[in-house]
Design a protein around this ligand. Structure first.
Ligand code: IPD
Ligand code: CA
Ligand code: CA
Length: 260
């Protein structure tokens, strides 16, 4: 795993540097949907990442946000978000990251999330703990929802779908100490792993938003489940991550909001 981890860490740094340089430059924005953007930086970061993977591991599969899946039957698959936090990036709001994960036979074994603005590299290999710039991470020890700092996000179909997370947000905002909407799910999960957040939930995320971040949370001693408290999978329609202590309390509030 060390070889893959070193490759992923160096690649995340390289793509992140590209994003950092583009942040201050001219960066055309295109619309994928009403409010769903893609920038030239997403595309350039993705091209760089896919080229490096293809040249080093041509037999590996790749699932990346802006491209069709490659080598679908491969045992090893990279799951790539070349720029998580595109809306932030497009506005010059400096909270975004590169997220890379490696799956072996359907299990995520490696996750790297890199924030190029703060030069913070979060990484985890399954069974070996989670680290920030080489320093071991553990989730927070906040035990009460009322004292917790949570984060969430809202899906791109928020304007047209009733399943838009506002019911859960309304229920949790009056129970937690505070809620943030930072705008980059992979980095939110990394912050949870680092104990900077106590809980996170979101609906309709994609594998590239969650693969690396959920491994970070688990390896930092946290808990990840689906919105019903069942086992979370890359394809689950929603996820709750927490420090473990407040997991049941978050689930209770979400369950009540769902059934009211
Ligand atoms: C988005 C961000 C955002 C989350 C959205 C994601 P993108 O990813 O992670 O925080 O709320 O659901 O799609 O589009 O910036 O890669
Ligand atoms: Ca994303
Ligand atoms: Ca993205």
């Amino acid at each position: 795993m060390t070889e893959f981890a070193e490759f992923a860490r160096s690649l995340a740094r390289e793509a992140g540097s590209l994003l950092r340089e583009k942040l201050t430059g001219h960066n055309p924005v295109y619309h994928k949907g009403d409010i769903d953007l893609v920038t030239e930086a997403d595309q350039m970061s993705e091209e760089l990442i896919l080229a490096r993977i293809a040249s080093r591991y041509p037999e590996h599969g790749v699932l990346s946000e802006e491209s069709a899946e490659k080598n679908e039957r491969a045992a090893m698959r990279w799951i790539v978000d070349p720029l998580d936090g595109t809306t932030n990036f497009a506005h010059g709001f400096p909270f975004f990251c590169v997220s890379l994960a490696l799956e072996r036979e359907g299990t995520v074994v490696l996750g790297v999330v890199y924030d190029p603005v703060r030069d913070e590299l979060f990484s985890a290999c399954r069974g070996e703990g989670a680290f920030l710039n080489g320093k071991k991470l553990s989730v927070s020890s906040v035990k009460d929802l009322s004292a917790s700092l949570l984060a969430t996000g809202f899906p791109y179909d928020i304007r047209v779908s009733p399943d838009n997370n506002l019911n859960y947000f309304n229920a949790l905002i009056v129970r937690a100490q505070a809620i943030r909407r930072p705008g980059a799910a992979a980095l939110d999960l990394a912050y949870l792993a680092a104990g900077r957040l106590d809980g996170f939930w979101e609906l309709k995320l994609k594998p590239w938003d969650t693969a690396a971040g959920c491994l970070l949370v688990a390896e930092a001693g946290g808990v990840v489940s689906d919105l019903q408290g069942g086992a979370w999978k890359l394809t689950s329609p929603g996820l709750i991550g927490s420090n473990g202590w407040i997991h049941g309390q978050m689930l209770d509030v979400i369950e009540k909001a769902r059934s009211s």
